[in-house]
Design a protein around this ligand. Structure first.
Ligand code: NIG
Ligand code: FE
Length: 411
């Protein structure tokens, strides 16, 4: 099955193969073609060019994109889409003055979601989660990472990862699974941290590896959650099973966690609302992708990742949603891109690079996703007619997407 898209006003993020991420000043550049065509064959980008040498359509279905922008589908490298129920009461509690930390200390937060998850049947969790996945695909996401971390028991973590596996099987979107058993200490292990970490390493990990349920390993490296040393144990254990690390770090405090993650060759370090000069230094010359989650900052009123400072130091940056019931109940990458422009002064070019090619890198998919490149997956957003792509973050409350193509098919 072939599709020929013609008369594209702006074809964004056109790259040679081999570009797997962009850093610092390069992020200000978003290579594009004007008045372009793009040919999809099966699930791949077959070719593209400008309309002065547009091929004959032949048997291909033709989509006329006059006035419209075409860009790679979003690559959301950090989500917790699989969960049970919701945390609307905590949302109202925060409006009434409680902080995220205070709510967590009362047994809310991650432990609240873990209780619900363990009480819910696997099929019911799948049904709730697939609706969220379908929603983000409609919002232009073409590749997504999904974490476990609301089980915190052997059975609960396996249940979550099996739901992610089923989503991988049932949907065309590329999904990477991350094991986040180290998301919080269950109540019964509050005073026995090493006991819970032993459970993760000796009971959860071998079963997860046996069923091939995870691609990556994660931990919440934070004051009051997992210490640097505890997270290092988790990263080392993951390595033994071939699971590279993607770590939640520096959300509330900077405790030299980033250096530990870089030392263990983490694929990404995520959140980074609080970043020190030392953190920036260790990230330079590393292969670790920093990931900002600005709609999390928006939703729970915490500082934003200092993106300008990081980009000016030459670092790359990816943007992701953090879609989860507690701190970011939204998987809308369009809103993430807009929030990055509005609140942390990323330019539209920087934000789109961060939400496509760098997002793909942060989940190990940049060979196949995240840019308009011959041979990459045909994962595209076709917008409504726009004045220019600047309108995407500018009109932050509008849905400007006309259609989304994933693996060569309109979804
Ligand atoms: O990325 N910070 C840790 N984990 C999630 C939130 C978890 C929750 O509150 O349910 C996050 O923000
Ligand atoms: Fe998260």
């Amino acid at each position: 099955m072939a599709i020929l898209i013609t008369n594209i006003k702006e074809l964004l993020q056109v790259r040679e193969s081999g570009v797997t991420k962009v850093s610092g000043r390069e992020m200000a550049d978003l290579p594009l073609l004007q008045n372009a065509w793009l040919l999809i064959k099966d699930n791949l980008i077959e070719d593209f060019g400008t309309m002065d040498n547009c091929p004959e359509a032949g048997d291909a279905q033709v989509i006329d994109a006059a006035g419209k922008t075409v860009l790679p589908a979003w690559c959301d490298s950090h989500t917790h889409i699989v969960y049970a129920g919701n945390r609307v009461q905590e949302f109202v509690d925060r409006i009434n003055g409680l902080s995220y930390e205070e709510i967590a200390n009362r047994g809310g937060g991650i432990l609240n979601s873990a209780k619900k998850l363990n009480e819910t049947e696997e099929d019911e969790i799948y049904q709730q989660s697939r609706l969220r996945l379908e929603e983000v695909m409609q919002q232009g996401t073409g590749a997504v990472e999904i974490k476990s971390g609301y089980g915190l028991t052997v059975e609960g973590e396996l249940k979550m990862l099996r739901v992610i596996k089923r989503l991988k099987e049932e949907y065309p979107i590329a999904i990477k699974a991350t094991f986040l058993g180290a998301h919080a200490f269950p109540k019964e292990y509050k005073e026995n941290h090493s006991g819970y970490i032993d459970l993760i390493i000796n009971d959860m990990l071998p079963k997860i590896a046996e069923e091939k349920l995870a691609d990556y390993i994660d931990a919440f490296l934070e004051t009051g959650y997992f210490s640097v040393e505890e997270t290092e144990r988790i990263m080392e254990a993951g390595k033994k099973y071939g699971l590279p690390a993607k770590i939640h770090v520096n959300q509330f405090t900077a405790i030299n966690g980033i250096a530990a993650c870089v030392k263990h060759n983490a694929l990404s370090v995520d959140h980074l609302e609080i970043v020190t000069d030392e953190d920036i230094e260790v990230l330079k010359n590393s292969d670790t992708m920093p990931v900002a989650l600005p709609t999390c900052s928006f939703f729970i009123s915490i500082p934003y990742t200092p993106a300008r400072k990081m980009l000016e130091a030459g670092l790359p940056l990816a943007l992701a949603t953090d879609f989860n019931p507690g701190t970011t109940p939204s998987g809308n990458m369009n809103l993430v891109v807009a929030t990055a422009c509005i609140k942390i002064k990323m330019t539209p070019e920087e934000a789109i690079n961060a939400a496509t090619i760098n997002g793909a890198y942060a989940m190990g998919l940049s060979e196949t996703h995240g840019s308009i490149t011959k041979g990459k997956r045909a994962n595209l957003i076709i917008t409504q007619p726009l004045a220019s792509y600047y309108q995407l973050p500018y009109a932050f409350g509008s849905n400007l997407i006309e259609s989304v193509i994933i693996e060569g098919k309109v979804v």
